[in-house]
Structure formats: structure tokens, C-alpha cells
Design a binder for this molecule. Sequence first.
Ligand SMILES: [Zn+2]
Length: 90
Amino acid sequence: MNCVNDCRFCSLFEGKQLYGQIDTLLCETPNFAMFPTIGALVEGWVLIAPKEHRYSMCSYYSNNEFADFVDKMKNKLHKQYHKFQFFRRR
Ligand SMILES: [Zn+2]
């Protein structure tokens, strides 16, 4: 899916920092990335998203590559913060 608007995520994946230093990829694969979010309520608040512009994550919840990436990022977050919450958004 092509990004038709100025999308923060697509810009971030193209190496542009629309929101300054917060637009920094923490971990990435060719298809997925983890990065901080604007308005984080707690330290360590991050998003995991596909690099392909999508309006819904539903198709990724059965994707093995996405599941593997999420598991690796959960392990990293656990090592850093020990306790954390994980939310899934459609
Ligand atoms: Zn986008």
C-alpha cells in the first residue's frame, strides 16, 4: 500500500525525523521496526509496526515473521525494564 499522506511512520522508515530525536528506530528488520512514540506515558513506551503503510495490523497477527520480531522485542524490553505491559491494536 502506498502512503498518500505525510505519514510519520513512513517518513521515519525513509530516514526522516519529522519529530526530531524521538523519531529514531530502536530495532528493525527489512519489514518491521520498533520505535518510541510521541506522548509516551512511561519510559520505554514503544511501537512495533510494519514498514509497509497499513491502516490495520490485523493481517500481521498471523504473520510468523512479525510474531518472531515481536518476541525478540519483548525479550529486549524485558531485559531493560523487567516488567512491562504489551498492548495489541487493530
Ligand atoms: Zn505510512
